[in-house]
Design a protein around this ligand. Structure first.
Ligand SMILES: Cc1ncc(COP(=O)(O)O)c(C=O)c1O
Length: 431
């Protein structure tokens, strides 16, 4: 297939007029639920949990196989609160994957702990359990189930048991996902989710914490609801100081509809992801991520595939796919320790005195994924079979015309692969 690429002046596979579905989707019941909240005059999260919050928490916990759930303001706060509820205190070390959204690590800092970055598995881009080094100060691990894959929870739980470490699963990408029959967020001591605008379920902002441990649930409630005792009757040795991290009733009203729509949307995404897996495996120069057999219900927050080493920068490849009319991102995440958004100082966070994140960490698989290899497609391009067909055609067209790109002006579309020092500040699109 030799066709002139749209980036080089050819016609795009998909015209601008053919829009992909506009995310997020509203549910038909949203308006009446919101009206109910509006008319109730009781808009906040108090009494705690409020009416729709109670209904939503119960339904979300049941869907993921956890005993308890607690709504919170957002996914970052959810991680901080979950870590505190798991007993993390100032100066503890917490393992986090190097390739994730910066918030996974800043949440650890906010809990008073020290994020320790560990490289990711080349097949899943999730935490590589075999690379974890446990020190006398390690207390917890925050695995991130990334994009459309899970951390190897079998190996991680075995390691955590051996060393008596807490697990807080960061499930910001995997609403409704299941691993070996267990729901996302129900495999660790606690699990956290985000409902930020781009996520598989959203209320614009928001988050939730899952746990099946009564002691942790009691502490979560205290931390979220201004220090008050929770509902379990469990009496902690020391009740922590809480803040106000409650969610509003407007958000929980919306989230009920989001949860109702999730199973159908997840099935549609999974069907088109399977189609992409097959189609992309047959296209030279790229490959889908290897299948992960342990996933028993696939969540697809982004469909991620790999560009092979070919002399074409990954960012130029993505720009060429975008020019064909398919939204596509390369630099979705950076290794957090190198990210423009992550530069904590000991003045802000005394626990990291003596640590120079840029110098002290080197995670080559995360670097390769972030700057050279991974290509991310947003989930809403996978909801409709005809849309997914265009996605495959656009990727195939670019992959089969790499020679055209090779001879093109390398500054084309401003996407020449640049070192961190020469690169202008890149605004990432997921936020
Ligand atoms: C992997 C991951 N962790 C944590 C978060 C933080 O969630 P929030 O934006 O709701 O604070 C996000 C969301 O962007 C995320 O993608």
């Amino acid at each position: 297939m030799t066709e002139k690429l749209a980036l080089l002046g050819g016609s795009p596979v998909r015209s601008k007029a053919k829009a992909f579905p506009k995310w997020p989707f509203a549910s038909p019941l949203d308006a009446s639920r919101l009206q109910t909240v509006l008319e109730s005059g009781n808009w906040g999260g108090y009494p705690f949990p409020n009416r729709f919050a109670t209904e939503f928490q119960n339904a979300f916990a049941a869907y993921h196989g956890a005993k308890y759930a607690c709504c919170v303001t957002n996914g970052t706060a959810a991680i901080t609160i979950a870590l505190k509820a798991a007993g993390i205190v100032a100066g503890d070390e917490v393992i986090v994957p190097a390739y994730t959204w910066d918030g996974t690590a800043t949440a650890v800092l906010d809990a008073g702990a020290i994020p320790v970055f560990v490289d990711v598995d080349p097949d899943t881009y999730c935490l590589d359990v075999s690379k974890i080094t446990v020190t006398p100060r390690t207390r917890a691990i925050v695995p991130v189930h990334l994009a459309m894959r899970f951390t190897d929870m079998t190996a991680l739980r075995a390691l955590a048991r051996r060393h008596n470490l807490a697990i807080v699963e960061d499930c910001a990408h995997v609403h409704g996902g299941e691993y070996l029959g267990e729901g996302a967020g129900s495999m660790g001591d606690l699990g956290t989710f985000s409902f930020q605008s781009s996520k598989l379920m959203t209320a614009g902002e928001g988050g939730i914490i899952l746990t099946s441990r009564e002691d942790c649930y009691e502490l979560v409630q205290t931390l979220v609801n201004c220090g008050r005792a929770g509902s379990t009757g469990y009496v902690p040795a020391r009740r922590p100081t809480g803040g106000n991290y409650r969610m509003t009733e407007f958000q929980t009203a919306i989230l009920l509809g989001q949860l109702e729509m999730l199973p159908d949307l997840a099935r549609q995404r999974a069907a088109q992801a399977a189609r992409l897996d097959e189609a992309l495996a047959a296209i030279p120069g790229i490959s889908p991520l290897p299948p992960q057999r342990a996933i028993t219900r696939l969540p697809v927050y982004n469909y991620v595939f790999r560009l092979h080493e070919s002399g074409i920068s990954r960012d130029l490849f993505c720009a060429a796919v975008e020019a064909e009319g398919v939204p596509c991102d390369g630099r979705f995440y950076e290794p957090v320790y190198r990210s423009d958004l992550f530069g904590p100082s000991a003045e802000e966070f005394p626990q990291i005195a003596g640590i120079d994140y840029r110098r002290n960490f080197d995670c080559p698989i995360a670097v390769r994924a972030a700057y050279h290899e991974s290509v991310w497609l947003p989930q809403f391009v996978l909801l409709d079979p005809a849309d997914a067909g265009d996605v495959v055609d656009a990727i195939a067209k670019v992959a089969c015309n790499l020679d055209g790109l090779r001879t093109a002006d390398p500054t084309l579309a401003g996407v020449k692969a640049m070192s961190r020092a020469e690169r202008p500040r890149v605004e990432r699109k997921n936020y």
